[in-house]
Ligand binder design. Sequence first.
Ligand SMILES: Cc1cc2nc3c(=O)[nH]c(=O)nc-3n(C[C@H](O)[C@H](O)[C@H](O)COP(=O)(O)OP(=O)(O)OC[C@H]3O[C@@H](n4cnc5c(N)ncnc54)[C@H](O)[C@@H]3O)c2cc1C
Length: 475
Amino acid sequence: MTSGTCIYRFTRDLRIEDHAGLAQAAAHGDVLPVFIVDRALEARLAHAPRRAAYLCAALDALDRALRERGSHLLVRRGAPGAVLKHLARACAARGVAWSASYDAAGAHADERLRSELEEAGLRALVVHDAPAIAPEESAAARPSGGNGYRAFAPYFEVWRTLAVPTYDAPLLVRFAASDLQSEPLPQPNEFGAPDRACDAGPSAARAALAHFLQGAALQYAAGANVPSDDGTSHLSAHLSFGAISARGAVRATLERIEDPFLLSEERASLRRYLRSLAMRDFFLQLGYFHPESGEQALQEKMRAFPFSRTHAALDAWRAGQTGFPLVDAGIRQLRETGWMHPQVRAIAASFLCFDLGVDWRVGRDEWDRYLIEDDPALASGNWQWIAGVGADLVQYPRIFNPEKQRRRIDPSGLYVKRYVHELAHVPVAAWNGLRAHDAQLSLALFATESYPQPVVDHDAVARAFLARYRAFVAG
Ligand SMILES: Cc1cc2nc3c(=O)[nH]c(=O)nc-3n(C[C@H](O)[C@H](O)[C@H](O)COP(=O)(O)OP(=O)(O)OC[C@H]3O[C@@H](n4cnc5c(N)ncnc54)[C@H](O)[C@@H]3O)c2cc1C
């Protein structure tokens, strides 16, 4: 394509800094920035109001950044193919660029759009912007070749050796002069979300990362395991909407590691944080090379495992009323704030899959209604990993004892008390040894408070699950 106009369709990449997609579009002409609200997005936002609020605020910030550059965001509502073809005719554009999706639905939509545009004689450029290292790049470095990585350890060995590219020259992007009028920016109330202020967009994301790297990142190796300390970066929503590039987060962490005035434990913590960022890239490449893993287990042998779709205590799990304080605190944190501490996610997810024997997709879809993060590939990858049916981090069920875990990561009960108000005035010592049929405990804890009895006897159901699992694997 020679110089002219290239449409850039923003999706989950709502910034103009360090932008692989914009850089690619700018190499093909002046850039016309577009955002399309289609049926799929409308439905996705209508079922997750907090996510809708974040997206609307981030679009507002993007529009302001574009206006500072003499342009504006051109919003359209409709089917992407038809909208883009229409716009291409209106501004004589010869191509459309956008950033790749990593989940099955998004990847299919990308492919459909690509062929629709190409049939109309337009060039379609699908660019890797979301990961720090593009899937093809890590796959090319794989000694045995093949379709990317299914195990994190060898992936990380390669990932850490690859240079993270930069596209940090927004001034090189020239935006097209156009008199096309935009439809109004989407507003939270269109999707049933309250119109309230929301910390979204690039400046909120940069501030969160800078604050984290100056403080909690230096204790991340230990602090990330303590939910009451809030020792993680809270970058996931920002990364999922592309308010900050993963490349930028990796580079800033590498720069921090170079600080000569760090203790070696602090440097080790920063390396641990890099490993978390690499895990994001790992799950994105897994979704990219194995789109079928969005809806079925990556491990073929586990596809027929008889997880149930329901359980008498499923609604109690959904509502954070299982009688297991750590599980309930996590689920209530999610429903109250749109985010759950990562360690607690693992324990609450394990409880659903193993204590209740319920399918990982039921849990994933339930949390999707509350999470601000919009990263389906990470959701499926992590749920499958916990259920022991996905990536080969470890190939067995990760059964956590929710009470032992609570005593390990929240011994003072600070985290639980923050979200499980019924327990705020019950001494933590009374929680120890929580059992469904412990009469004395029932008197001490449950009789006078409204907190529910444990819905299962963890030891019994975990052993029963393992017996079913062993029989299935052997058969
Ligand atoms: C059962 C389960 C479900 C999850 N569902 C989602 C989801 O729907 N969407 C989502 O974005 N994340 C999901 N995660 C991963 C992780 O828990 C969240 O990204 C979490 O919000 C990270 O919080 P943070 O940004 O403070 O993390 P930090 O610990 O500060 O990590 C920094 C960044 O590294 C990445 N990262 C860290 N851990 C993981 C991981 N296990 N997998 C992939 N990337 C990781 C994230 O981008 C994160 O923002 C899930 C994890 C589990 C165990």
